[in-house]
Write a protein that binds this ligand. Structure first.
Ligand SMILES: [Fe+2]
Length: 201
C-alpha cells in the first residue's frame, strides 16, 4: 500500500494554484486506485478461472494507476524549491552538451515531444549501459517507456495540465510555463545519482 505524498510547491508563474490543487487531487486518485486494485486482486485470484476477465482488466488497470502515481511524484517534486536554472558546470549540462552540442537545444526538443498529440508524458531517461540520455513519449502513462531506464525529467502533457489556465489549445504555453518554473537543481541531482552507477564491463 502506498500513501499519497505531499509536495511543497511554491506559487508558480503561469500555472495557477487552482490547477495545481486539482492536479494533486488526480494524483491522489491514482494512489487510491492502485491500493484498491491491489487489495482486490488476491480475492479474484482465488478463482482465477472464473474471474479471468476481471483479473485481466485489473492487472492492466493496476500498471496504469501505478504509472499515474509514480510519474506525478516525479513531476510535482520538480517544482519544489522554486525555479532554478541549469548550472552549466553540472554533470547534466555537460551530458547535454556532449549529446546535443548545446544544453539549450534540449528544452525545445523535449517541448516538441510534449507537443505530440494524445495524452501522455514527455520523459527524459538515463541509460547507464549506453551512457546516454533518451527522450521519449509515454502514451497515457504506462505505454512506450524505455524499459528498465530510470527517469531524469518528467513532463506531464495530459489535457488536465493546461485546460484550466490556457484552454484546449494551450499546451505549448503550458509547456513554456513548466520550464519557467522547473528546478533544474533537482534534475541535476537526479542525474548525478543515476550517473554515479556504472554497469560492470
Ligand atoms: Fe497529470
Amino acid at each position: 500500500m502506498y500513501e499519497a505524498k505531499t509536495f511543497s510547491i511554491p506559487e508558480l508563474d503561469g500555472i495557477s494554484k487552482k490547477s495545481i490543487d486539482e492536479h494533486l487531487g488526480l494524483y491522489q486518485g491514482y494512489v487510491k486506485n492502485f491500493n484498491a486494485i491491489s487489495s482486490a486482486l488476491p480475492e479474484y485470484a482465488k478463482d482465477s478461472e472464473k474471474n479471468a476477465h476481471a483479473l485481466s482488466e485489473l492487472i492492466r488497470r493496476r500498471s496504469f494507476e501505478f504509472g499515474g502515481m509514480r510519474l506525478h511524484e516525479y513531476y510535482f517534486e520538480q517544482f519544489e524549491g522554486g525555479a532554478k536554472e541549469l548550472n552549466p558546470e553540472s554533470a547534466l549540462a555537460k551530458q547535454f552538451e556532449k549529446e546535443y552540442k548545446k544544453a539549450e537545444h534540449v528544452q525545445p526538443y523535449i517541448k516538441a515531444i510534449g507537443n505530440m498529440r494524445g495524452p501522455g508524458w514527455a520523459i527524459l531517461y538515463w541509460d547507464a549501459y549506453g551512457q546516454q540520455l533518451l527522450a521519449g513519449f509515454s502514451g497515457e502513462q504506462h505505454i512506450g517507456h524505455f524499459v528498465t531506464l530510470p527517469i531524469v525529467l518528467a513532463l506531464d502533457v495530459w489535457e488536465h495540465t493546461y485546460l484550466l489556465d490556457y484552454g484546449a489549445q494551450g499546451k505549448g504555453k503550458y509547456i513554456d510555463a513548466f520550464f519557467k518554473n522547473l528546478n533544474w537543481g533537482l534534475i541535476e541531482d537526479r542525474f548525478a545519482k543515476l550517473s554515479s552507477w556504472k554497469p560492470a564491463a
